[in-house]
Design a protein around this ligand. Structure first.
Ligand code: NGO
Length: 499
């Protein structure tokens, strides 16, 4: 099989020079050399070897480089062009070696995702396949345009086992996303063990939309997810939605309710009917609850962010909501974290350490503009561009359509850093693509909704804004054989001329 052209990579690299007279062929003698002064590089080397061994059957010994190797694949943390920054890389391929240079492990890891795409489709096989393992000659210089490129999985409406969460994380890594927001609590389920209130998980996690058995992650399982993501240079952001979307907590902890009566567990899909009690008599109990939950979650979360929701608090009077958020902001700071919240939190004018996540469907929002004047940064999750639970078209069997239909081109043909009115591009941290799971129950459903729109969004967050739909759609077409080989379910959009 011919080597895949350097120009088929998604996200599209910043600059590519092909040297068609050169190409590198993997053999059973190919060694993976890693920067001798870096444990990070050694771990990325092992990860790379792990990707290449199954389909080739080759050993891919990983060992520290001495100097700049003139054979094999070298992952080096010296000599990279300054423009690669904290997350970029260079790849140089000639007939005798593949040189990868970066400044960080994250940069080396990003290069490995590119290398994967430069190899024939057969590399995605989980068993040995006879192929000529060629990588086209040339040079790639690449680095991301935005720092935050995220995916969210709602594990509250429907619970997913750790194995499914790990596969979702693999899909984020494949397209160079670097944040994983896990929506752990909502009306239908509480999905994380909290020692201070054991019933949150054991009872609050005992069902889901439709009445199925639900489930929850023990602290050990959550830590396993965090470590799995970290090994792929992905930062986990846990979300406990509040003060709305809290029925699972209210059902598990009676004293969070104004009448101290626990409502029944909820297995429907309505929103906006629940709220922590806001009255004076319950203030201490509710505040202590939040403090306990944030303390335990922060202790399990190495990343800088904790997400405390804030959306659709339709059963919380506005003045109470604002006072509530003002009490919550310092709790997150107390445990050394920064708060992410749905953009309604702007009503409570958080300080600029907070990261509001915009989920509106129009670019013009008064609270956003006012916050931008105060120097806030924003995370863009415009629902009519990034909500991967939206149907592709009216015939899509899964998903919803309240924010509109999102075909691949709708997810691609916009610019996340230029979307919000009155917000300069330097104030946009990046984008995040939420997958809400009211209608999503298994891995194949997740994959059907995120492929091919996640690669489209990934390119909008990583590549130069000048990349075009017509170029992207031809590159995207070359990726479906990879997804098939990797047994990834995807939507064969009629907008793409699939092979
Ligand atoms: C931030 C936000 N709150 C709502 C809204 O997004 O729509 C989602 C479905 O698309 C729904 O699941 C979620 O609870």
């Amino acid at each position: 099989a011919a080597a895949i052209g350097l120009d088929k990579v998604i996200p599209s690299p910043v600059s590519v020079q092909s040297k068609s007279e050169q190409e590198y062929t993997l053999t059973r003698n190919t060694v993976v050399y890693t920067d001798p002064n870096s444990q990070d590089a050694a771990r990325v080397g092992e990860y790379l070897a792990g990707l290449l061994r199954p389909a080739t059957g080759y050993p891919f010994t990983v060992r520290p480089a001495s100097g700049v190797p003139n054979s094999g694949i070298a992952l080096l943390l010296s000599g990279a062009n300054g423009s690669v920054g904290a997350s970029g890389y260079e790849i140089d391929v000639n007939g005798s070696r593949v040189l990868v240079r970066a400044k960080t492990g994250a940069g080396l890891f990003a290069a490995v995702q590119t290398l994967r795409q430069l190899l024939p489709v057969a590399i995605e096989n989980s068993t040995v396949e006879n192929a000529s393992w060629k990588i086209a000659g040339g040079h790639i210089l690449d680095y991301p345009r935005t720092d935050y490129r995220g995916g969210m999985l709602d594990v509250a409406r429907h619970f997913f086992p750790v194995s499914t969460v790990k596969r979702y994380i693999d899909h984020l890594a494949r397209y160079k996303l670097n944040y994983f927001h896990i929506h752990l609590a909502d009306d239908q389920g509480w999905r994380i063990q909290i020692d201070s209130y054991p019933r949150l998980a054991t009872y609050g996690g005992s069902t889901q939309v439709g009445g199925g058995p639900g489930g929850y992650y023990t602290k050990a399982e959550y830590t396993d997810i965090v470590n799995y993501a970290a090994a792929r240079y992905i930062t986990v952001i846990p979300e406990i939605d509040m003060p709305g979307h809290t029925n699972a907590a209210l059902a598990s902890v009676p004293e969070l309710n104004c009448n101290n009566q626990a409502p029944p567990l909820y297995t429907g899909t309505d929103v906006g009917f629940s709220s922590f009690c806001m009255d004076e008599a319950h203030r201490a109990v509710v505040t202590k609850f939040i403090d306990d939950v944030v303390r335990e979650l922060a202790a399990l979360t190495p990343g800088p962010y904790i997400h405390l929701g804030g959306d659709e608090a339709h059963s919380t009077p506005e003045a109470d909501y604002i006072a509530f958020e003002k009490r919550v902001f310092p709790i997150v700071a107390k445990y050394g974290k920064r708060m992410v919240g749905w953009h309604e939190i702007l009503k409570a004018t958080p300080d600029t350490t907070a990261l509001p996540q915009y989920w509106g469907t129009t670019p013009d929002d008064a609270n956003v503009k006012a916050a931008a004047q105060r120097g806030m940064k924003f995370l863009v999750s415009a629902a009519n561009k990034t909500y991967l639970d939206m149907k592709y078209d009216q015939n899509t069997p899964l998903g919803q359509d309240w924010a509109g239909l999102i075909e691949v081109r709708d997810a691609y043909d916009w610019n996340p850093t230029a979307y919000l009115t009155g917000v300069s591009s330097s104030q946009i941290a990046g984008f995040e693509a939420p997958l809400w799971t009211e209608t999503i129950t298994k891995l194949a459903d997740i994959e059907y909704m995120i492929f091919p729109r996640l690669p489209a969004l990934a390119e909008r967050g990583w590549s130069p804004a000048s990349r075009t739909w017509s170029d992207f759609r031809t590159r995207l077409a070359t990726h479906s054989p990879r997804w098939k080989k990797a047994k990834i379910t995807y939507y064969p959009s009629p907008q793409i001329a699939w092979p």
